[in-house]
Design a protein around this ligand. Sequence first.
Ligand code: ME8
Length: 513
Amino acid sequence: MPSKPFYITTPLYYVNAKPHIGHAYTNILCDTFARYHRFRGEEVFFLTGTDEHGTKIEKAAREQNKEPRQYADEMAPHFKDLWKLLGIEYDYFIRTTDEGHKKAVGNILRDLEARGEIYKASYKGWYCTPCESFWTKLQLVEGKCPDCKRDVQELSEDNYFFKMSKYQKWLIDYIKSHPDFIKPEIRKNEILGFLREPLEDLCITRPRSRLAWGIDYPTSKEHIVYVWFDALINYVSAVGYTTEDKRFKTYWPADVHMVGKDILRQHAVYWPCMLKACGIEMPKTVIAHGWWTMSGAKVSKSRGNIVDPVELCKKYSVDAFRYFLLHEVTVGLDGAFSEDLLAERYTTDLANDLGNLWFRLVSMLDKYFGGKIPDHSAKAFPKESIQDLLKKVTDAMSQYDPRTALTAIFEVVTLLNQKIEEKKPWVLAKDASKKGELGDTLAFLAEWIAHIAVLLLFLTPVTAKEILKRLGLKSDWILKKENEFLTPFLKPGMTMERGSALFPRLDEEKIAS
Ligand code: ME8
């Protein structure tokens, strides 16, 4: 029986501002894992999209004198455009305003209500508009929102509640007995810490009089569904829950929900309780990555310290931006972003190490062998070392650790540059009796570069494909059996295309601007 497709999701981003480096990071991570699983021959379903309901969106639309729907229609393409620019190969883009999604939300609510999982009650609380959060008096900090420290309003209103509290014990047991459910460990412990306090039922509606922009609550004209209850359901509505049974069975459960640590509670507490109440299987893993910060503060639209990925890609290339984000921090930790650091990594790792390695190889092949792969002996193929690198990279990728994979690859790049210094092919070239050694040395380097390029296909795909094209090799690799990789790719006489610099020297003036 074929294995279940690998199903990976990003959060659905609010459309109240254009995407920034943080959103780009989550999607680049997911794209890397999606590409890796396709590379391993698996079917993949990679879901991303936009979260379009709720107070934030309504407010942002009104500020521009627009209807929320028109505003969302104008904003959603900014996300699609960025994913296109970044080469994010998602399979489906869901919008919470899609009819299919709204239908699934209604079906779920009707079912939960019919089964007594939802009740109506009067609710008194303190509401923080920017955070869209209700707080109890105890939760307020000096009378202000505990998250953003802004003013809150006291409200009392009739609402619908999901009986989340009854799942508390089950959830704690589930998290403890499924070590991979929440990653990394530190975030799992945070959630378990949160669950030491009594879990309250979740208020899942807003009165229409206060918020009109959202999904209608199916059994009350006066209520709108709370934006988080609506948005989380996308992960099952996108694969046909309650609308296309066969599709749902094919894809669910999700293998990975990738989220930032800011929204882990919704994904590791609300969402599992919702699924449990619906009788749906749990996703396999929720991974919470860290935040990109600037001068110590989280990059965020509300702080206004936005880093524009489009500008960075224009200046440094899509792959350089991708390399930086994947290589700079281990998934789960925070990363301090600075353009200076990006420029430094570009120059040292990409231009000086990888770019230069390529340049030296093709220059020597051109000079000594007319741009062709020379005759060489079988020992020129470094099978064991290549096998070792493959293992390091695949182990790291199966642990959702692209940083370690990139580090292992770039360590080899450094070693290969050192090898050129040691072997001094330009000295070998002067001695006719060393022609065989010269051929072996260059073939060894060329094989390494070809194999490295294949391993970069899911990490820095533009560069990887470019190198493979220049070597005259295919780039639609599917690696089902290791042996297909542990074999020479190049034959004597094959010609290589020199091409321009893979990572051109940075133009100082352009960078400073
Ligand atoms: O929370 N560093 O949407 P959102 C790293 N609609 N990642 C960051 C980041 C940063 N500085 N800033 C944002 C929502 N992100 C809800 C989600 S899901 C059913 C609903 C990324 O537009 C990170 O993935 O505020 C974070 O979790 C997400 O953007 C929040 O996006």
